[in-house]
Design a protein around this ligand. Structure first.
Ligand code: AMP
Length: 307
């Protein structure tokens, strides 16, 4: 079985959408990636940090999904990373109201021995120094995927660029791609980002789907049109978790297989947004995942006879 190493925040989130607001609930990039990747046949582990305020029931949720927590440090007297965001009426854009790094500020990651030979590293959102340290610890990964956020471009761009130079696939959203490249056209943005290092560039466009760029090839997968989007938090991470999980399960990192991985990622993200926080991702079953994949297929399949 392939080993998938997941790095990213494990967090408390407070979310406001036009449909309501939450108290402090479970969130974080690694959380969503882990719950999404758990739907695939891989051995996965989370490398992250939480404070003593992080409840056992959340740790048990990861354990129930067979996610290894040997690399999740619990800092005595520390407080867990906290993020507060408010979505606009379009549900595609949001404002970050607060980011408290807390225990993340001094975090030194330690990859568990059993995962030093991981096949795929999924570097979710967190400090680029942590992402770099994990890259340096893992022996010979077959694929390194990275996600990041405007927050890290604003605060530590030089180091982020050093990390980007070492990875194979970047998955970012359209706003982030534009800021990172300085280009408005996503085609031009992808070209510039290729030049920074990654052979594959995935640009997520929320309800408008995702694009995969590789050399001169482009693949596009739509997002499933949903009647109701309740809370988009974590959709990008859930997408990344599905993408990485599928590649780990199939042990095939070709462009052709990445196209399928994009569809699997989009499919899982479509569930994530249906309820607040991680609620919908906790108890997904294989029938509903496969049922929606069929909808995806019929949504996008057509025959045109070209003479
Ligand atoms: P997404 O909606 O996929 O962009 O991810 C939302 C998740 O990212 C939330 O659960 C937050 O806890 C987490 N998050 C927010 N800001 C940051 C940040 N600066 N670094 C790492 N994770 C973050």
């Amino acid at each position: 079985m392939s080993k998938l190493l997941i790095v990213g925040t494990v967090a408390f989130d407070e979310i406001e959408t036009p449909f309501g607001k939450t108290d402090k609930i479970l969130g974080g990039a690694a959380t969503y990636i882990g719950l999404s990747a758990a739907n695939f046949n891989t051995e996965s582990a989370i490398v992250s940090v939480v404070g003593q305020d992080f409840p056992e029931k959340h740790l048990n949720l990861f354990r129930e999904q067979n996610i290894n927590l040997d690399g999740l440090q619990v800092v005595a007297d520390g407080r867990t990373f906290f993020w507060k965001g408010r979505y606009h009426n379009d549900m595609n854009t949001r404002d970050t109201l607060e980011t408290q790094l807390n225990v993340l500020a001094d975090f030194e990651p330690k990859v568990p021995d059993h995962f030093l030979d991981s096949d795929i590293i999924m570097l979710g959102n967190l400090h680029p120094a942590v992402q770099m340290s994990v890259i340096e610890q893992v022996k010979a990964p077959k694929l390194i995927i990275l996600d990041t956020m405007i927050f890290w471009m604003d605060t530590t761009l030089d180091l982020l660029k050093e990390v980007i130079a070492k990875i194979d696939v970047i998955t970012i959203n359209d706003e982030e791609a534009r800021q990172l490249s300085g280009e408005y056209s996503l085609v031009k943005a992808a070209k510039k980002i290729h030049e920074m290092g990654p052979k594959y560039v995935v640009i997520k466009k929320g309800e408008h789907g995702a694009l995969l760029f590789h050399d001169d090839e482009i693949f596009f997968a739509p997002a499933l049109p949903l009647e109701e989007v309740f809370d988009p938090t974590g959709a990008g991470d859930t997408f990344a978790g599905g993408f990485a999980g599928y590649l780990a399960e199939t042990k095939d990192t070709s462009f052709e297989n990445m196209k399928k991985a994009i569809v699997y990622g989009s499919n899982l993200a479509s569930f994530c947004v249906e309820k607040f926080g991680t609620e919908r991702m906790k108890n997904l079953d294989i029938e509903e995942i496969n049922g929606r994949l069929k909808e995806f297929k019929s949504l996008t399949q057509f025959e045109i006879n070209l003479t």
